[in-house]
Design a protein around this ligand. Structure first.
Ligand SMILES: NC(=O)c1ccc[n+]([C@@H]2O[C@H](COP(=O)([O-])OP(=O)(O)OC[C@H]3O[C@@H](n4cnc5c(N)ncnc54)[C@H](O)[C@@H]3O)[C@@H](O)[C@H]2O)c1
Length: 491
């Protein structure tokens, strides 16, 4: 049965949550009094559809159903997770819980997106305070994994465990705070940086552009991969963390930072910041800036995936968990019907696979077909253990046909056939589909080699037998249209 989430308040953050749940297969019910909410959520969803699915190298579940409701009592019906993202006013948030708590499931988790309030403040006058927790996300909620989960003594352990598991199942990272505190962890940190930035503008020392440059050309890149303390540990060199603190700690007492002082947000200062920001970024619409941000975030997180580091390591672990139970987890002897083409790839096209023409760039077709070949090799027993024992296949020749355009976020499936699998040769034929539309074909000749001599050699008995068995079973499929063609040959 599909899980249901209720989203109360569908602005920047509520819209992001709606997309996160929907694209992970949940049905999503939204309540927001703004008549424009449908359009705004639609736009967030468009951005999410092109960026989130391709973060994963495994297909996400089918999208859930989105519905809009006129009352809070109706929107919470059947929901096991209720995400409140109304404006940051304590009284409004408390009133909201009072309006729907009598109508929601008693075992539903009510999570607030609040950036600053402590859960004990939100639980204050609620009917069932034990249902309410803070789940503080980061914008864009559909891409950034962090959720600060903040609870109090009235939340029981099983509910907290359910909340953690559920956040993880959405591809996010629940950071459970051991103590509640105003503004949690991350926003306290961001506020300190923000205060300093306001002073630098107010004192005429730096413009908004110069401050952004100081972040994005330097420490901003470092922070995404190692955070603060690990970065400083490395900066301390071989002498280590203690040395680093001894060296730079005293500077904290020098007038480097204004820290607790907040510049008064006079009309003049606000106007200066707005004007500088317009000069810096006013040539682009917010939607354009969002797309630039999303493109960059996806590219960075996918780069971290390749290093199995930071948020990339989290994404890899999630992919590994997702693959369990799919056809891609099977081994050769588990293939239902080897006489049919075998599914070797099921995934969405990542944003960083597209180019200036707005579609998947040609090299990525080959990338996808290589993944299909790798998967097929594993299926027949040419896995990491086999390769470590000294045998593998090397590709000798490839012919890719690009038949239709494919865009970021599109769900693709590759079905693989063996056209020849005798002796040292493995002749594969991949077909890439979106639904039943054929997008591309890839024909590859591989030769089995000894990794010791780097010369052709016969495959091991199990690998050879599996390959021959599948090749034999698929022989009746006949030769596919387009196989053996060369560039420019008449159709
Ligand atoms: N913007 C951020 O970067 C960010 C990040 C993390 C958390 N948050 C938190 O998320 C919450 C929402 O912030 P936002 O930035 O999405 O604000 P927003 O102004 O974009 O959205 C608020 C939405 O709530 C709706 N709303 C107003 N009254 C309502 C009511 N009574 N019932 C239901 N909906 C109502 C509004 O129509 C609007 O669509 C706040 O608590 C904020 O602290 C914001």
């Amino acid at each position: 049965m599909t899980h249901k989430a209720a989203i109360i308040g569908g602005g920047v953050i509520g819209g992001g949550w709606a997309a996160r749940f929907l694209l992970n297969g949940w049905d999503v019910r939204v309540f927001d009094p703004d008549p424009d909410a449908k359009r705004k959520i639609g736009e967030v969803l468009d951005n999410a559809r092109r960026s989130l699915p391709g973060l994963s190298d495994v297909m996400l579940p089918d999208e859930g159903r989105l519905s809009f409701h006129d009352t809070m009592s109706e929107v919470v019906q059947g929901a096991v997770w209720i995400q409140e993202s109304v404006p940051e006013r304590l009284e409004l948030k408390r009133k909201t819980y009072q309006a729907f708590q009598a109508h929601c499931r008693e075992d539903a988790i009510i999570a607030s997106s609040t950036s600053g309030f402590k859960p004990s403040e939100l639980q204050g006058c609620a009917t069932r305070p034990g249902q309410i927790v803070v789940a503080h996300p980061f914008n864009p909620v559909y891409l950034l994994p962090l959720v600060e989960l903040v609870t109090t003594g009235v939340n029981d352990a099983p509910l907290i465990e359910r909340a953690r598991a559920l956040i993880s199942s959405l591809g996010m990272y629940p950071l459970h705070l051991s103590k509640e505190i105003d503004a949690h962890i991350a926003d306290r940190f961001l506020e300190a940086v923000w205060r300093e930035a306001l002073w630098l503008v107010k004192d005429g020392i730096a413009t908004t552009q110069e401050i952004d440059d100081a972040i994005r050309y330097g420490f901003g890149i470092r922070w995404a991969q190692m955070g603060l303390f690990e970065t400083y540990r490395v900066a301390g060199g071989e002498a280590g963390m203690k040395h680093f603190i001894e060296q730079f700690g005293p500077a904290l007492k020098w007038p480097w930072t204004k820290l607790m002082d907040v510049p008064e947000l006079t009309e003049e200062l606000v106007q200066t910041i707005a004007d500088q920001s317009d000069a810096q970024s006013g040539a682009h619409t917010i939607r354009e800036l969002e797309r630039t941000r999303d493109n960059n975030l996806v590219a960075m997180m996918r780069a971290l995936k390749a290093q199995d580091s930071a948020a990339g390591a989290l994404l890899n672990a999630q992919d590994a968990a997702r693959i369990e139970g799919t056809v891609l987890a099977a081994r050769a002897d588990e293939i239902d019907d080897p006489s049919k083409p075998i599914i070797t790839v099921q995934r969405a096209v990542p944003l960083d696979w597209t180019d200036y023409n707005g579609h998947m760039t040609e090299a990525r077709y080959l990338h996808a077909f290589c993944s299909a070949t790798d998967r097929f090799m594993q299926l027949i027993g040419c896995d990491a253990e086999y390769v470590a024992s000294g045998g593998s296949f090397f590709t000798a020749e490839t012919h890719v046909r690009h038949l239709q355009e494919v865009h970021a976020g599109a769900r693709i499936e590759i079905r693989t056939r063996v056209l020849g699998g005798q002796g040292k040769k493995m002749h594969l034929w991949h077909e890439m589909f979106s639904g039943e539309d054929l997008l591309a074909t890839g024909e590859h000749m591989l030769i089995h080699v000894s990794l010791e001599t780097r010369r052709p050699s016969p495959p091991g008995a199990k690998v050879g037998a599996n390959l021959a068995r599948i090749g034999g079973a698929q022989a009746a499929l006949g030769r596919p249209e387009g196989a053996g063609r060369s560039v420019g040959a008449p159709r």
